[in-house]
Design a protein around this ligand. Structure first.
Ligand code: SF4
Length: 230
C-alpha cells in the first residue's frame, strides 16, 4: 500500500503540468519496490557514473517530450547549444546505423512484435542519451519516468550487454510510465503511445502550437491514479 499526498492546482491543467506530481508518485512506487527487493536480500546495483542503460531506446510520453524540449530551451545558451548538438550527433549516428526513419515515426513504423528486436538494434548502435554527461544523467531531477523505473539488481556490468534473460530488474507493482503512454488527454480520449527520447526535440518542434486538453487538476490526477491502480 502506498499512502501519498499531492498538491495539484484546482484549475484545468494539461498532463504536462501534472508531470512533477506523477514523477513523485512513481518515485514512491519505486522506493517501495526497492524496500521489498531489499527484504528479499537483494540490492540495487545502479550507481551514479554507470550510464550503460542510457544507451537504450528510452521510451517517453508525449507530455514528457514537450517538457524535455522546454527544459532544453530554458538552459543557458552555451549549455543549450551543447545539448542540442548532442541530439544532432545522436541523429547522425542513428541515421548511419539505418535506424533514424523508423525512430522518427516509431509507432507507425515499428510493429509491436518487432520492438524488442528493434530496441536491441538501437542498443548495439551505442548512441548515448544526449543528456548523459560523464556517464551520469545531467537532468537527474527532471529525467523521464521510464528512467526512474529502470533499476537492476544484477551485476552492473551486465547492463553493457542487455540480452534477454541476463538482466534482473527490480519488479514494480505498477508502472506510471506505461499509464502515461496511453493516458492521452486524461479521459481516455486521444491515447498516444511512447516515443523514443532521442526524438523529443524534433517531435515537439513538429507538434508545436497544438494545444493540450485540460481537466481540473484533481480530476486529472484521480483519472491517472485510477488507471495506475487498475
Ligand atoms: S534522461 Fe538521464 S537517466 Fe534517462 S537515459 Fe538520459 S541520461 Fe539516462
Amino acid at each position: 500500500v502506498i499512502d501519498a499526498k499531492a498538491e495539484v492546482p484546482l484549475r484545468p491543467i494539461g498532463v504536462q503540468e501534472l508531470l512533477p506530481v506523477l514523477q513523485e508518485l512513481s518515485g514512491q512506487i519505486v522506493a517501495a519496490a526497492e524496500r521489498q527487493t531489499a527484504r528479499r536480500g537483494k540490492g540495487v546495483s545502479c550507481r551514479a557514473g554507470c550510464g550503460a542503460c542510457c544507451r537504450q531506446l528510452v521510451p517517453i510520453s508525449e507530455p514528457e517530450a514537450r517538457a524535455l524540449a522546454l527544459l532544453v530551451e530554458a538552459m543557458p545558451a552555451e549549455r543549450r547549444a551543447k545539448v542540442e548538438q548532442r541530439f544532432r550527433e545522436a541523429y547522425g549516428r542513428l541515421e548511419a546505423a539505418g535506424l533514424l526513419e523508423r525512430l522518427r515515426d516509431f509507432k507507425a513504423r515499428v510493429p509491436a512484435g518487432e520492438r524488442r528486436a528493434f530496441a536491441m538494434e538501437y542498443f548495439r548502435a551505442g548512441v548515448a542519451c544526449p543528456f548523459l554527461e560523464e556517464e551520469s544523467c545531467s537532468i537527474h531531477p527532471e529525467r523521464p519516468i521510464s528512467c526512474r523505473e529502470y533499476l537492476v539488481t544484477s551485476e552492473a556490468a551486465l547492463c553493457a550487454d542487455p540480452a534477454p534473460g541476463r538482466i534482473e530488474m527490480v519488479p514494480l507493482p505498477a508502472k506510471a510510465s506505461e499509464v502515461l503512454y496511453r493516458f492521452g488527454d486524461g479521459e481516455g480520449r486521444d491515447a498516444h503511445h511512447f516515443l523514443p527520447l532521442v526524438t523529443a526535440l524534433e517531435w515537439t518542434e513538429r507538434h508545436r502550437g497544438e494545444t493540450a486538453a485540460t481537466l481540473p487538476g484533481p480530476k486529472l490526477l484521480e483519472n491517472f491514479v485510477r488507471q495506475l491502480a487498475g
